[in-house]
Design a protein around this ligand. Structure first.
Ligand code: NOJ
Length: 870
C-alpha cells in the first residue's frame, strides 16, 4: 500500500519523562526501525481564524483574549477536575468577561445521567434510516435538550469507531460501517445540534476501533492503530472531514495511539491533518483522562484538557492548569499557542451564540437529589441546589419514534407474513420484549442487558425518561397476544396452526469501563451471537410453531445461521437500538401502519470467519498492542466484494411491504473534471494576532481571598516568579524532533473546512424515478455506489457508497424523482505521493450504480455516457 507518512514516534515511556523546564509528563519520541509505523513531526500548530465564516466569532474572541490574563486563558483550556462540577467535565471560568465554566457533557444520543430528557435512538439506528432529514431533526432535538440543560458542548456525534471490528464495543454510537454513511450522519447531526446554539463534539479522533486496551495510564499503554496514509484518508478520516466541513465546534481526541504516537499529542494528526489539511477552526479536546503530556500536547495542537486531571485522577494535579501557566512563563510553550487555544475555544462559543442568554447547567450528573455537593470530587465541598429537573423533552418523542421506526430493517418476509393483523393469534417470547424486572434505568449507564435493549452501555447513553416496551405496545394493539417474557422456551405452551410466534432476541455491547456478562465493552464473550441463548429460543419456537417472526435488537452484525433457514422462520426484523420509543416504533411496522424502510448500515455475514483476520479484538497482557490496519480500506462490504464472499444480508439491504421500480435514469455533468487534481486551493486568510511577550508572572499568582477547594484545578502557581526565572536561564527544553516555529506551507489538499472546496464541486448528478409498484404505501432508499477506474492506478473496491436519498412516503403507483449528487472527492483516490485527491479526468471509466443495497443494483451509468436499468 501507500508509503508511510507516519513516523517512528515510539513512546519511550508512559510515565512523565524528564523535562528541564517543566515537570509536565511529556513522552519522548525516539526512532525505531524504518519498518515501524511512522508519525512525523508537524509543527508549529496552525492558528485558527482564517476562514471567513468564522471571522466574526474570531474577532469577538480576539477582543476578549487580547485583554485576558495568563490565568484566565489557562482557565479556558483546562478542566476543573473530575467530579468538580455538574457535568462530565467543565472548564474554568472567566467571570470578568462573562464566560462561565463551560459544561462538556455526554452523550451522542441525549443528555446523560439526568432527568426529563429524551433518550433518542443511537447512531447505528439513525444510520439505518438512510434519512438525511431525520438525521438533522434528531440533531436539533439533541441540541435543544443540551441547551435546555445548560450543556455548552454535547459530546457527540461519534464517527469513530467506524465498525472496523464487528465485535468492537462502541460501533453502535456511530452511524454505520461506511465512511459516507458516517459522514452524512455526522454532518447532519452537527448541523442540527449547532443550529440550536449547542457546540457539537465530533469524536473519537482517530482509530479507536476497539474498547479493550484503549487507554494509556501509569501502568499500561493504549494500543497503537497503525493506519497507512491512504487508508486514513479514504476511510477513517472521511467522516471527520465531513464534520469539519459542517463547521463542527470541537473534536475529541481518541485514547489510543495513531502510528505509535498518542493521538492527544500526535502533531501530524492534530496540527497537520486536522488543523492544516482539514482547516479545522474549532478546538481540540482530549477524551477523558487521555491527556498524557503537557508541553508535547500543547505543541501538537491540543486545545483543551478534560476533565483536567493529570496521570492519576483526583489528586488535584494536571498536565495543564498551573503547569501550562508555568510552561508559558518559562518560555517552553509559546504564548502564541496559548492565545490560539483560548481563541479557538472562545470562537466556538461566540459562533454558536453562547454569549447570548445560554443557560447555565441546571442539573447534576452526580446525583438525582435536588440538593447535593457542588464539587463531589473535593474532600470538602460546599453544597447547594444541583438539580432543577428542567423538562427539555418538548415534542422530541416524535422524532425519536420516527427515527426508531424508519430504521427498522426487514430482512426477510416469506409469504408476506408481515404485517400482522390485529386479530392474529400471537405468542410473544423473550425477555427482550419486556421491561427490566429491576426497574427502569436500574443499571448505571445501561451496564446490564435486561428487558428490551434500547441502547448499548457506557458514556454514550442517557437515562430513559420512560419506556414503552414492545410488550406494552403489542398489548395495546392486539387482544390476541399472549406473552412469555422469558428466555427459556416454556415447554407448556400450546401451539395451533394459526398461531404466530414473535421471538425477541438481542445482542449488546458498550464501553470498556463496564463489563456485562463477560463482555468488557467489546463483544469478546458473546461474539456476534444473540445473548441469553437467543438462538435456542428461536429454534425452540420454530420447533413448535409453523409461523415465526424474529425481532432483533442489536448493536451491530449478528449471526443468524442457527435458525434463519428453518422453514417456520418466515420473517425477521432488525429493530437496531430504538431508545425510549422501542414499543410503538416497532408496532407501527409490525402491524403495518408503516412499511419498514430501514436498511442495514453493515453487512450480516454467514459466519464471523468471513471477516478479514486482521479485524479481531486484540488482547495482550503486557506491552503495547500494535494493530496494523493491513486490510486497508477493505472493511465490511468492500471486503466481501473483494474476496467474493457472499454475505447472508448485504450492506444496504432492507425489504418493504411494498416494492419499488427504478426507471428513467440519467446522468448529467455539472462541473467537468478537467484535471486529475483539484484546482489550486484558496490561500489562507490572516489569523488574529496577539503580542507574543511572556506575560508577567504575577498574572498566575494566587488571588487573595480565594476560597480554595482542595483538589480543584486552578491555573495558579505558588511561586510564579521562579517559573519565570527559568526562561532566562541557560536550560533548554528538549523539544521533539522536527519541532519548528516556522509555519509550514499550507497543504495543497486544504483550503477550507474539510479540505480544498473544489473537492465538493458536484461533478455529476444522477436522476432516477422511483415508483411504488406494490399495494401498500412505503419509502424507498436509493443508494449510489461508484466503481472507480483502473486508470487511477490503485486497487479500489468495486462498489463504494457515495450518496443516498430516501423518497417521501409513496402511495401505490406513486413516483418520485430523486437526484443524487456525486462530488469530485467521491470519484477520487488519495495520492500519497502528491498528497492530494486524484480523480479520473472527465470521470472517464467511472461507473455509477444506484440500487436498494450494494448487491441489489437497479441502475448502471457510465459517466459521460448513458444510464440503463438493470
Ligand atoms: C470517555 C468516552 O470515550 C467519551 O466518548 C466520553 O465522551 C467521555 N468518556 C466523557 O464521558
Amino acid at each position: 500500500m501507500a508509503p508511510r507518512w507516519l513516523s517512528i514516534a515510539l513512546l519511550a515511556a508512559v510515565l512523565p519523562s524528564c523535562t528541564l523546564a517543566t515537570p509536565m509528563g511529556d513522552h519522548l519520541e525516539t526512532r525505531a526501525s524504518n519498518d515501524d509505523p511512522f508519525s512525523p513531526p508537524y509543527y508549529p500548530a496552525p492558528n485558527g481564524g482564517w476562514r471567513s465564516n468564522w471571522a466574526e466569532a474570531y474577532q469577538k474572541a480576539h477582543s476578549v483574549v487580547s485583554n485576558m490574563t495568563l490565568a484566565e486563558k489557562v482557565n479556558l483550556t483546562t478542566g476543573t477536575g473530575i467530579y468538580m462540577g455538574p457535568c462530565a467535565g467543565q472548564t474554568g471560568s472567566v467571570p470578568r468577561f462573562g464566560i462561565p465554566n463551560l459544561c462538556l457533557h455526554d452523550s451522542p444520543l441525549g443528555v446523560r445521567n439526568t432527568d426529563h430528557n429524551t433518550a433518542f435512538p443511537p447512531g447505528i439506528t439513525v444510520g439505518a434510516t438512510f434519512d438525511k432529514h431525520l438525521m438533522y431533526e434528531r440533531g436539533v432535538g439533541l441540541g435543544e435538550e443540551a441547551r435546555g440543560k445548560g450543556v455548552n458542548v454535547l459530546l457527540g456525534p461519534s464517527v469513530g469507531p467506524m465498525g472496523r471490528k464487528p465485535r468492537g464495543g462502541r460501533n453502535w454510537e456511530g452511524f454505520g460501517f461506511d465512511p459516507v454513511l458516517q459522514g452524512i450522519g455526522g454532518a447532519q447531526t452537527i448541523k442540527g445540534m449547532q443550529s440550536t446554539g449547542a457546540i457539537a463534539c465530533l469524536k473519537h479522533f482517530i482509530g479507536n476501533e476497539q474498547e479493550m486496551h484503549r487507554m494509556s495510564s501509569v501502568v499500561t499503554q493504549g494500543y497503537s492503530s497503525n493506519i497507512d496514509d491512504r487508508t486514513l484518508h479514504e476511510f477513517y478520516l472521511w467522516p471527520f472531514a465531513e464534520g469539519v466541513r459542517a463547521e463542527v465546534g470541537s473534536v475529541m481526541i481518541a485514547y489510543n495511539d495513531l502510528n505509535k504516537s498518542a493521538c492527544s499529542q500526535n502533531s501530524k494528526l492534530i496540527n497537520g491533518v486536522l488543523k492544516d489539511e482539514l482547516g479545522f477552526q474549532g478546538f481540540v479536546v482530549t477524551d477523558w483522562l487521555a491527556h498524557l503530556g503537557g508541553v508535547s500536547s500543547a505543541l501538537a495542537g491540543l486545545d483543551m484538557s478534560m476533565p483536567g486531571d493529570g496521570a492519576i485522577p483526583l489528586f488535584g494535579d494536571s498536565y495543564w492548569g498551573p503547569e501550562l501557566s508555568r510552561s508559558i512563563l518559562n518560555g517552553t510553550v509559546p504564548v502564541e499557542r496559548l492565545n490560539d487555544m483560548a481563541s479557538r475555544i472562545l470562537a466556538a462559543w461566540f459562533k454558536m451564540g453562547q454569549d447570548q442568554d445560554y443557560p447555565l447547567p441546571n442539573f447534576s450528573s452526580n446525583t438525582e437529589d435536588e440538593k447535593g455537593l457542588l464539587y463531589p470530587g473535593a474532600l470538602f465541598s460546599p453544597s447547594g441546589i444541583v438539580n432543577q429537573y428542567v423538562n427539555v423533552q418538548a415534542d422530541h418523542d416524535i422524532t425519536a419514534r420516527a427515527v426508531a421506526r424508519d430504521a427498522i430493517t426487514l430482512l426477510k418476509n416469506e409469504g408476506d407474513l408481515l404485517p400482522l393483523r390485529r386479530n392474529d393469534s400471537l405468542k410473544i417470547f423473550g425477555t427482550d420484549a419486556g421491561s427490566d424486572p429491576k426497574g427502569l434505568n436500574s443499571c448505571a449507564d445501561k451496564g446490564c442487558n435486561r428487558g428490551v435493549l434500547t441502547m448499548g452501555w457506557g458514556s454514550g447513553t442517557s437515562k430513559l425518561p420512560y419506556l414503552i416496551t414492545p410488550q406494552e405496545a403489542i398489548a395495546n394493539i392486539s387482544s390476541m397476544a399472549e406473552f412469555y417474557i422469558t428466555d427459556s422456551f416454556p415447554s407448556s405452551v400450546e401451539a395451533s396452526s394459526d398461531d404466530i410466534a414473535v421471538v425477541f432476541i438481542n445482542s449488546d455491547s458498550g464501553e470498556n469501563f463496564i463489563t456485562v456478562d463477560g463482555n468488557p465493552g467489546d463483544r469478546t464473550a458473546s461474539g456476534l451471537h444473540a445473548w441469553h441463548n437467543g438462538d435456542d429460543l428461536v429454534k425452540a419456537a420454530a420447533n413448535r410453531f409453523s409461523q415465526v417472526v424474529v425481532v432483533i435488537h442489536t448493536v451491530g452484525p449478528i449471526i443468524l445461521e442457527e435458525w434463519i433457514d428453518l422453514d417456520p422462520v418466515k420473517a425477521v426484523l432488525i429493530a437496531h437500538l430504538p431508545g425510549q420509543e422501542a414499543g410503538y416504533s416497532l408496532t407501527d411496522v409490525l402491524f403495518g401502519a408503516h412499511s419498514p424502510s430501514g436498511h442495514l448500515p453493515y453487512t450480516i455475514p454467514y459466519q464471523e470467519s468471513n471477516y478479514p483476520s486482521s479485524v479481531g479484538v486484540l488482547q495482550q497482557p503486557f506491552g503495547q498492542i500494535q494493530d496494523p490496519y493491513t486490510e486497508g480500506i477493505y472493511i465490511d462490504y468492500r471486503h466481501f466484494l473483494k474476496e467474493g464472499i457472499k454475505p447472508r444480508y448485504p450492506f444496504g439491504h432492507g425489504l418493504s411491504y411494498t416494492s419499488f421500480e427504478f426507471s428513467n435514469p440519467s446522468i448529467s455533468i455539472l462541473t467537468p473534471l478537467n484535471s486529475a487534481y483539484p484546482p489550486s486551493r484558496p490561500s489562507k486568510g490572516p489569523t488574529p494576532s496577539y503580542p507574543t511577550t511572556i506575560p508577567p508572572a504575577s498574572e498566575v499568582a494566587w488571588p487573595k481571598n480565594l476560597n480554595r477547594i482542595w483538589r480543584y484545578l486552578y491555573p495558579y502557581l505558588d511561586n510564579p516568579e521562579s517559573a519565570a526565572a527559568v526562561a532566562n536561564s541557560s536550560k533548554t527544553y528538549p523539544y521533539p524532533d522536527g519541532y519548528s516555529t516556522d509555519p509550514k506551507p499550507p497543504p495543497r489538499a486544504g483550503g477550507a473546512e474539510g479540505g480544498n472546496p473544489a473537492l465538493w464541486d458536484i461533478a455529476f448528478s444522477v436522476q432516477v424515478t422511483v415508483t411504488n409498484t406494490g399495494r401498500r404505501p412505503g419509502r424507498a432508499v436509493a443508494q449510489l455506489y461508484v466503481d472507480l477506474p483502473d486508470s487511477l492506478g490503485l486497487d479500489t473496491p468495486s462498489r463504494q457508497l457515495r450518496q443516498f436519498e430516501k423518497t417521501k412516503m409513496l402511495g401505490p403507483g406513486e413516483s418520485e424523482t430523486l437526484t443524487l449528487d456525486v462530488t469530485r472527492k467521491d470519484v477520487s483516490v488519495w495520492d500519497v505521493v502528491v498528497q492530494d485527491w486524484k480523480a479520473a479526468v472527465a470521470g472517464e471509466g467511472v461507473r455509477v450504480y444506484v440500487g436498494e443495497s450494494v448487491l441489489d443494483l437497479r441502475v448502471d451509468c457510465e459517466v459521460g455516457g448513458r444510464c440503463s436499468t438493470l
